[in-house]
Ligand binder design. Structure first.
Ligand code: PLP
Length: 391
């Protein structure tokens, strides 16, 4: 079977460097934070064209921590897209706020910015656009609308590390950005990992505090900021003890592991090449898949898509998937249930029909294999099978 995603081939291509980097960490005895994490944070911030990066345990924690650092909590509303992985909406609920959904654009599948304005209320504190499938959301429009309402923009970059919008990298487009390094992502760790990126020093300190139990100077600073108090560092006294034992806000244990940071530092220099290869494969699919039963993805003219997946639509998805499987090709569905129809959000009161574009994609969306290490022969096999399918 040709898999829809694959992590072993990438490991094989960098095995020597990855093994050496892992062993170096193991021998060092420095497993929590420390120089490997700081090094990767600064490499990733630079890559995104941003000032600060804070390595955390995974992409979901990145979203939760970013929301908390932004002061979002009970009684607030946060607007996001109806078509995303559950983490985006789940993180909003986790901080006690209410997710408010907006339908997606029928061409790009990102948040439909023309529907954003209508979703604001006096309770809206933030907007989370998702750069879904590897393509940036319409950030200029989203920033303009959100900022006019005094709301913060949190980019969900889990599926789009390295993508560009109007020549600028994702993660540098809003007020704060969250990335997942889940192993199958375009930049994947060897386990769970994530990062938060921002140019805002106060948000940076807040995220630093939340990832380590709200402790130390960053915790004290963030407590003061979130409670509208002046912060006077000279009044903070740890009495000669470790600052980590002085906790000012209730936070988390969510740090990027040194081992994961070391893996990611080996991989980051290859990300642009890998993304380029994904784009190349997408261009071949665009060109050679000519079956009218399959609708191919659209890239907005201002975007450099990095094809985390190659999203298509087909009328009879079950039939297409069975047909491809018979030909030895795995397909994927991202995602079968839109957020407003998830059982865990039933109490929000949405109903089928509220977001027809997201519902249509949930019913008809399908992806074919996409990862940089696909061979030319496999690509041709996939194209031939897709073109041989009949409804
Ligand atoms: C859009 C989106 N947001 C958030 C996440 C959460 O990331 P993680 O799995 O690292 O918690 C993911 C990926 O899994 C995702 O695809």
């Amino acid at each position: 079977m040709i898999p829809v995603m694959n992590v072993q081939r990438q490991y094989a291509s960098l095995q020597k460097e990855l093994d050496e980097a892992a062993l170096e960490v193991l021998h060092s005895g420095g497993y929590i934070l420390g120089p490997k994490v700081a090094e990767f944070e600064s490499q990733f911030a630079k890559y995104c064209g941003a000032k600060f990066a804070i390595g955390v345990g995974n992409g979901t924690d990145a979203l939760v921590i970013a929301l908390l650092a932004a002061g979002v909590g009970a009684g607030d509303e946060v607007i996001t897209t109806a078509m995303t992985f559950v983490s985006t909406a789940e993180s909003i609920a986790q901080v006690g706020a209410t997710p408010v959904f907006v339908d997606i654009d029928p061409e790009t599948f990102t948040m439909d910015s023309s529907k954003l304005e209508a979703a604001f209320t006096s309770k809206t504190k933030a907007v989370i656009p998702v750069h879904i499938y590897g393509q940036a959301a319409d950030m200029d429009a989203i920033n303009e609308i959100a900022h006019a309402h005094g709301a913060l923009v949190i980019e969900d970059c889990a599926q789009a590390a390295g993508a560009k919008y109007k020549g600028r990298r994702t993660c540098s487009l809003g007020d704060i950005a969250c990335v997942s390094f889940f192993p199958t992502k375009n930049l994947g760790a060897a386990g769970d990992a994530g990062i938060i990126v921002t140019n805002d020093e106060a948000l940076y300190k807040g995220c630093q505090a939340y990832r380590v139990h709200g402790s130390g100077l960053n915790g004290a600073f963030t407590y003061a900021r979130l409670n509208g108090q002046d912060f006077d560092e000279s009044k903070i006294d740890f009495h000669g003890n470790l600052p980590k034992y002085y906790n000012y806000i209730v936070g988390f244990n969510s740090r990027l592991d040194a081992l994961q940071a070391a893996m990611l530092s080996v991989k980051l220099p290859h990300l642009d090449d890998w993304n380029e290869r994904r784009r190349q494969i997408a261009a071949i699919y665009n060109d050679k898949i000519t079956n009218p039963a399959l609708s191919k993805p659209t890239v907005a003219e201002y975007n450099e898509h990095i094809f985390y997946v190659y999203p298509m639509k087909v009328n009879n998805r079950a039939k297409f998937r069975a047909f491809m499987e018979e030909k030895g090709i795995t397909t994927g569905v991202y995602f079968p249930v839109p957020m407003h129809e998830q059982a865990c959000f039933a109490t929000l009161g949405y109903k089928h029909g509220d977001f027809p574009i997201a519902e249509d994609l949930a019913e008809h969306g399908v992806t074919i294999p996409m990862f940089p290490e696909l061979t030319d022969e496999e690509i041709q096999t996939i194209i031939d099978a897709a073109n041989a399918y009949t409804e």
